[in-house]
Design a protein around this ligand. Sequence first.
Ligand SMILES: [Zn+2]
Length: 78
Amino acid sequence: MANGSVRLGELIDKGENHFVVACEPCKRTGRYNVARLIETHGRDAALPDVLGYLTRTCNQPSAAGSRRCHAIYQRGLG
Ligand SMILES: [Zn+2]
């Protein structure tokens, strides 16, 4: 792999079928089905890119101020 980014296919291979996206500044969390995301983004989609897609509707301004959207990936439970 070219960089250290985790890819969706790796999650499935490790038996992680869901993950949770949490964005503290935006006060939102979501639980996502990895297989469904692969249908949309492909196995080679890097997790940071997928996070960016999933949080594209976050309401934090990205240009001004320091409180940018800060979504993080957390392991789901199965
Ligand atoms: Zn956010």
